[in-house]
Design a protein around this ligand. Structure first.
Ligand SMILES: Cc1ncc(COP(=O)(O)O)c(C=O)c1O
Ligand SMILES: N[C@@H](CCCC[NH3+])C(=O)O
Length: 430
């Protein structure tokens, strides 16, 4: 078991700083997401320190990992950019006072309304995914008499070793302009010719939960080669090169997680090397880490309810949450570490399966885990759920989305209230 940031064990109990996790579960009700705010800030600073090159390069947090108004406030204070993927994320950023010029607007099927909203709010960069979007941006920008800064998303055709659902840079993907038959060249040409588009650079993202820095070396070379082709064909040197996110994190002992500098140094060195070989200037570089910044800072806390023992088969221990607050085990077969927060080490341990409370046999948080003997009322913490947990939460089975609290030294901040039954009614026409 690996604890990050201020998580610690005292008297056989799990704590975050001075706060006992089982007490927080009682106070704020379970399921509950808890974050170590200092660790988020520390991770952001690590990215800036190892990649920012004193403000020359840009770190853009990928909001899809976890985005709430309080997170926007932290990002603003820490002076990083933000990658959003929908009108909804953009709206959260805007209403939270996040500077719009530091927003990159992603998405493979942006609606006219989203594009219009992005232009009106003045987002810094549109990351353009396809020809339809290019046309729409041009049309809407022309109507509004605006010139819009864009990065073109290119699919580098790079295979990475990660779950197939979270690969995004392979040849066969829904994202970006393909290199096959020089599709991306046509997009560059259209952008350069357009009166209402200001082509700033190119973007790519090969996938998520990647552990091999070599993948970024190869990506860096490929993208600089693309930049060279653009220079040769159009006499245009790109100003910005965005290499996406994807830096892998520790969930369990099979994950060979690395320090961020092991990825960023590869990127910085490879880009400079290739730029030198190609006789080009180094563009402003951008990375978009999501998981790396928030995953290890967050945990999810549950209470044990029903326990079912099937003689000689299996013991199921059900908790008061499950797939609505963490879809990742069901969707990606994700494996987390589990801690019984109110009795971390037991005299005896046993093999159990932790089940959620949904009406779904696949709602299993983990199969075959050794934990101290569990009883109803015990508090279970699932570690490193800070990325793609709350952001992927649903109301399946009309489950209420849990509260989220941030702990920062002595302070506790409730950043999302637990939903109520009345909240479930808000979108219905009765
Ligand atoms: C375009 C883009 N940028 C950044 C990210 C963030 O990835 P991660 O959370 O793995 O760093 C994603 C998600 O995979 C993405 O699709
Ligand atoms: N939701 C995914 C990551 C998505 C990456 C977005 N392109 C996960 O939990 O691993």
């Amino acid at each position: 078991m690996r604890l990050f940031g201020d998580y610690n064990i005292k008297n056989n109990q799990l704590y975050l700083g001075k706060y006992k996790i089982s007490d927080l579960g009682d106070i704020y009700e379970t399921p509950l997401y808890i974050y170590d705010e200092n660790l988020i800030r520390e991770n952001i600073r690590k990215c800036k320190d190892h990649f920012g090159e004193n403000g020359k390069n840009i770190v853009a947090y990928a909001g899809k990992a976890f985005l709430v108004p309080y997170m926007c406030k932290i990002l603003k204070e820490e002076k990083v950019s933000l990658d959003v993927v929908s009108g909804g994320e953009l709206y959260i950023a805007y209403t939270s006072g996040f500077p719009m010029e530091n927003v990159l607007f992603h998405g493979n099927n942006k609606s006219e309304q989203e594009i219009s909203m992005g232009i009106d709010l003045g987002v810094g960069r549109f990351v353009v995914d396809n020809f339809r979007e290019l046309q729409l941006i041009e049309k809407i920008a022309m109507q509004k008499n605006k010139k819009v800064k864009v990065l073109l998303r290119v699919t580098p055709g790079i295979e990475v070793n990660t779950h197939k659902y979270i690969k995004t840079g392979s040849v066969d993907t829904k994202f970006g302009f393909s290199m096959i038959e020089n599709e991306y060249i046509k997009a560059v040409e259209k952008s350069i010719k357009s009166q209402n588009i200001d082509l700033v650079g190119i973007h790519c993202h090969i996938g998520s939960q990647i552990f091999d820095p070599k993948a970024y070396e190869y990506l860096s070379y490929t993208m600089m080669d693309i930049a060279k082709t653009i220079l040769e064909q159009f006499g245009y040197q790109i100003k910005e090169l965005d290499l996406g996110g994807g830096f892998g994190v520790y969930y369990n002992e099979n994950d060979k997680s690395k320090e961020i500098q092991e990825y960023t140094s590869v990127i910085l060195q490879s880009i400079k090397k290739r730029a030198n070989e190609l006789n080009m200037t180094v563009p402003t570089l951008i990375i978009e880490p999501g998981r790396f910044i928030v995953a290890n800072s967050g945990i999810t806390v549950y209470k044990v309810g029903a326990i079912k023992k099937i003689p000689n088969v299996r013991k199921y221990v059900a908790v008061d949450g499950g797939m609505p607050d963490n879809i990742r085990p069901a969707l990606y077969d994700a494996k987390y570490e589990f801690v019984v927060a109110n009795k971390v080490y037991g005299h005896k341990v046993e093999n159990v399966t932790i089940a959620g409370k949904c009406c779904e046999s696949g709602d299993i948080l983990i199969k075959d885990v050794y934990l101290p003997i569990l009883e109803e009322g015990d508090t279970i913490a699932v570690l490193s759920t800070g990325a793609y947990g709350y952001s992927m939460a649903s109301n399946y089975n009309m489950a209420l989305k849990p509260a989220v609290i941030f702990v920062n030294n002595d302070d506790i901040k409730l950043v999302c209230k637990r939903q109520t039954f009345n909240d479930l009614l808000t979108s219905y026409v009765i």
